[in-house]
Design a protein around this ligand. Structure first.
Ligand SMILES: [Zn+2]
Ligand SMILES: [Zn+2]
Length: 108
């Protein structure tokens, strides 16, 4: 289904709300599967497929994350660049823009 196009330049972060529904659903499905596995090679494979589904450039270490910040920015980005904190209800992952603009802090 996918055609290799090595020279194509891809975005390093993508706003999910800009992605067509079919691609977004495929992406979310793959990310769900990745959440449910503990095998690192399998996670990396799923993240690679997920990145392909939305045309995202796979980051150097191959792990991507969706911003789960309360502002609902829906940015998909390099998991290595994530700011994570626990607000007392659960772990939240912020993209770099959110972490700059309204950085969350772990609850005491
Ligand atoms: Zn964000
Ligand atoms: Zn935010």
């Amino acid at each position: 289904m996918s055609v290799m196009s090595p020279a194509r330049t891809r975005a390093t972060h993508i706003n999910l709300s800009d992605v067509a529904t079919a691609h977004r659903d495929k992406f979310l499905n793959l990310m769900d599967q990745a959440d449910q596995t503990i095998s690192v090679p399998e996670i990396l494979l799923l993240h690679s497929d997920a990145a392909d589904a939305i045309g995202l450039q796979l980051p150097p270490r191959g792990e991507i994350a969706v911003c789960s910040c309360g502002c609902n920015c829906l940015i998909v980005f390099d998991a290595d660049a994530a700011h994570t904190f626990n607000d007392g209800y659960g772990e939240t992952t912020q993209c770099p823009a959110c972490a700059d603009d309204h950085r969350g802090h772990t609850a005491e």
